[in-house]
Design a protein around this ligand. Structure first.
Ligand SMILES: Cc1cc2nc3c(=O)[nH]c(=O)nc-3n(C[C@H](O)[C@H](O)[C@H](O)COP(=O)(O)O)c2cc1C
Length: 168
């Protein structure tokens, strides 16, 4: 049993990964079996669909903006993401998203995401932070949300990357 359900929340085993690839616009070009199974969609519903097919309304826009800024610049990013399934359940992932570079042409051709199950501690820290960011976004947009993230990081005196990787 690699996926378990408690209420509306799905969890998956620590030693397995949810994997997808996208084109440059974020349309899904590959999804592994675990991705398909946990999402509740059929493979044909996922392939070609925009990755926001999984978007959960609890996710702040500012996190996706940061994600896209990083990967479009050719860099990697780690992020906690709450995803929604086809049946309106949810699951948290700790995602590692990287650009895919064509080795022959050296061109950016898409993106790759490998997600593992986040620690309970990580979710306990990230969930209230995202909630605060989301509330700020409703009032003051993405800049207000970014300010919450920035203040949190400066209070802790850590970079975004160190913060995200500290709750293993
Ligand atoms: C490789 C890759 C993987 C992504 N994985 C997810 C994901 O699992 N869940 C999600 O909501 N968005 C994911 N996104 C971000 C989406 O493309 C999109 O920006 C996000 O869902 C916000 O959608 P919106 O801009 O329509 O609000 C991913 C993007 C890339 C490039």
């Amino acid at each position: 049993m690699s996926i378990t359900q408690k209420g509306d929340e799905l969890r998956f085993n620590e030693n397995i990964f949810i994997v997808s690839k996208t084109d440059l616009k974020g349309r899904i070009t590959y999804a592994n079996d675990l991705f398909i199974e946990i999402s509740g969609f059929k493979e044909h519903e996922l392939l070609g669909a925009p990755h926001n097919i999984l978007r959960h309304p609890d996710m702040p826009k500012a996190i996706f903006k940061l994600l896209w800024e990083r990967v479009q610049a050719g860099n990697e990013i780690f992020a906690y993401v709450k995803n929604r399934t086809k049946n309106n359940c949810y699951y948290w992932v700790h995602a590692y998203i990287t650009p895919i570079i064509d080795t022959k042409t050296n061109q950016l051709i898409g993106y790759h995401s490998v997600r593992r199950s986040p620690s309970t501690k990580g979710i306990e820290v990230i969930e209230p932070l995202y909630q605060k960011m989301l509330n700020a976004e409703k009032q003051g947009g993405i800049s207000a949300s970014n300010a919450i993230l920035k203040n949190t990081l400066s209070q802790l005196k850590v970079s975004y990357d160190a913060f995200i990787l500290s709750y293993e």
